[in-house]
Design a protein around this ligand. Structure first.
Ligand code: NI
Length: 187
C-alpha cells in the first residue's frame, strides 16, 4: 500500500453529509491509514480540515492542519482527532469567512464561538483535552459539525443557505463532467 492515497470527495448535495458519524471503538491500521489518506486528500485540495463523512467514511474522525495559515504555527499541534467532542464554548463570538471541501467554490461568513474546549483520543488510544481559539477553534468546530451531519451553510440564513445549495447542484454536475476526484452519487 502507498503511504497515502487520494480519496474521492463527497459533495453537496449528498445524504451522507447529513448522517451522524459513529463512535470509534477500535483504533486499527485501517483507521490510521484512513486518517493519513484524509490528510493527503485535504492538503491536495488545499483545505485546512477534513471530516470522515466527506470521504464517505462513517467514523468519528477528523483531520485539522492549519499549515502556515497562522503567524505562529505550532508544529506539536495534533492533526488527527478520534471521537472529538466539544466540552465548552466561549461566550465571545467572531465572524469569519469559511469554505468547505464538500461545498467547492463557495464561501460565506459564519459566526462561531472564538474559543472552545475539546476532548479527543489520539491514534495511540490516549485521551486528551485541549483548549483552542482563533482559526484552530473555528476549524475544529467546522469539522466536528460534519460528524453530526451539520454543514457551515446551516449556520446561515435560510435565504443564503438556499442560494448556496442551489449553486452546489450545478457546480457538482460540472465537476463530475470534468471527472474530478469526487463521488458522483447524489441521493
Ligand atoms: Ni467542511
Amino acid at each position: 500500500m502507498h503511504e497515502h492515497n487520494l480519496l474521492p470527495l463527497v459533495l453537496l448535495p449528498d445524504i451522507r453529509l447529513r448522517k451522524k458519524a459513529q463512535k470509534v471503538t477500535d483504533i486499527n491500521d485501517d483507521l490510521i491509514q484512513t486518517l493519513k489518506n484524509m490528510h493527503h486528500t485535504m492538503l491536495t485540495a488545499k483545505g485546512i480540515g477534513i471530516a470522515a463523512p466527506q470521504v464517505a467514511d462513517t467514523r468519528q474522525i477528523i483531520v485539522v492542519d492549519l499549515q502556515d495559515r497562522e503567524e505562529n504555527p505550532d508544529s506539536s499541534r495534533p492533526l488527527f482527532f478520534i471521537n472529538p467532542s466539544i466540552t465548552w464554548k466561549s461566550d465571545t463570538y467572531d465572524e469569519v469567512e469559511e469554505g468547505c471541501l464538500s461545498i467547492p467554490q463557495q464561501l460565506a461568513t459564519v459566526k462561531r464561538p472564538v474559543s472552545i474546549g475539546l476532548e479527543y483520543t489520539d491514534i495511540n488510544g490516549n485521551a486528551h483535552t485541549l483548549e483552542a481559539s482563533g482559526l484552530f477553534a473555528r476549524c475544529l468546530q467546522h469539522e466536528i459539525d460534519h460528524l453530526n451531519g451539520v454543514l457551515f451553510i446551516d449556520h446561515l440564513s435560510q435565504l443564503k443557505r438556499n442560494v448556496i445549495a442551489r449553486k452546489s447542484k450545478t457546480i457538482k454536475k460540472e465537476l463530475i463532467k470534468e471527472d474530478k476526484n469526487i463521488i458522483p452519487i447524489a441521493t
